[in-house]
Ligand binder design. Structure first.
Ligand code: PHE
Length: 341
């Protein structure tokens, strides 16, 4: 075959070559780009070509060399891009669900409680968890030798002066009345601490929401109506409430609040210990001594207060039977709560 025809044939081969992967590309390189390939041979042959033809054949050979190199670059880039995309993502894999976090069940309940009371005109207030004896006990009319002050209930940080972890959110009643003049209408959510053995029903820390309503002519009927409204909003409009006489140093009269059991609807079950009722907190009319301790005149102002357990309410709402679940951070438990309040 004439050399020029050979070059033309190779030129066609170069143009129509398709590399289906790195192996083909390497074969192309060895054949057309490498010095040891066909082009190397042809350049050798060119030396023996008669001078009259040398110019034309030489040009054709150089053109072939250039188009082989260009084609090789083109194909290498294409396979490189292909390689990159196939390495990075496998389009046949099912998508990984985009996991967003969710709020803790206690946070959801707290938000719901706040929402209900805010609609009744209550503000949200907060106070310190590390407290002195005055705000946690004395100002709340606890007698000097009251058992709640004893070491078994209270975590003391120091003695003389007594600094402790608050045992209830009632300290915020005092803090609030120190800085605001009545009328006062506030709820005060927060964490509290008690020196108790940890079990399914008790923990050394938990959460409460305190409520305080002080104004002229506030009576027990206002307390009952407010908490009745709350129970129906929180647990459904068929919920009943009941008050049992109780004692707290800072309220007089005092009452324990129960709601009808949500699980058996009052028929009796293990959750309500077959009584049909479950306790959700304490309440009462603010003791005149407490008002006096905060420089509020009990002849002019009266009010009610209540304190409810957020864990207890959350357990009833979601039918959770172990208090420890709230603080164990087990993702399988926490993931079951949607971020809605
Ligand atoms: N502080 C009380 C407790 O922790 C609850 C309570 C609050 C009772 C306000 C009456 C009024 O048990």
């Amino acid at each position: 075959m004439e050399m020029i025809d050979q070059i033309t044939a190779l030129q066609k081969e170069v143009e129509s070559f398709k590399a289906n992967g790195p192996q083909d590309l390497e074969a192309f390189r060895l054949r057309f780009v490498s010095r040891k390939g066909v082009l190397g041979e042809l350049f050798e042959k060119l030396k023996q070509i008669p001078p009259a033809e040398k110019k034309a054949v030489g040009k054709a050979l150089n053109d072939l060399k250039q188009s082989a190199e260009a084609r090789f670059r083109e194909m290498s880039e294409a396979t490189a891009v292909e390689k990159k995309t196939t390495d990075d993502i496998d389009l046949t894999l099912p998508p990984v669900p985009n996991r967003i976090g969710n709020l803790h069940p206690l946070t959801l309940t707290r938000a719901r409680i706040i929402k209900i009371f805010e609609r009744l005109g209550f503000n949200v207030e907060e106070g310190p968890e590390i407290e002195d004896d005055w705000h946690n006990f004395s100002a709340l009319n606890f007698p000097e030798n009251h058992p709640a002050r004893e070491m078994q209930d209270t975590f003391f940080i120091s003695k003389n002066p007594d600094i402790l972890l608050r045992t209830h959110t009632s300290n915020v009643q005092i803090r609030l009345l120190e800085r605001t003049k009545p009328p006062v209408r506030a709820i005060m959510p927060g964490r509290v601490y008690r020196n108790e053995a940890i079990s399914a029903r008790a923990h050394c820390f938990f959460h409460q929401v305190e409520g305080l309503y002080i104004d002229r002519n506030v009576g027990f009927a206002d307390l009952k109506q407010t908490l009745y409204h709350f129970a129906r909003e929180m647990f459904g409009k068929d919920t009943k409430i009941r008050f049992r006489p109780s004692f707290f140093p800072f309220t007089e009269p005092s009452a324990e609040m129960d709601i009808s059991c949500l699980i058996c609807k009052g028929a009796g079950c293990p959750v309500c210990k077959r009584t049909g009722w479950v306790e959700i907190g304490g309440s009462g009319m603010v003791h005149p001594n407490v008002l006096r301790n905060c420089n509020v005149d009990p002849e002019e102002f009266t009010g009610f207060a209540f304190g409810m357990g957020i864990e207890r309410i959350t357990m009833l709402r979601y039918q959770i039977n172990d208090l420890r679940l709230f603080s164990e951070n087990d993702i399988r438990f926490l993931r079951q709560f949607q971020s809605v309040s």
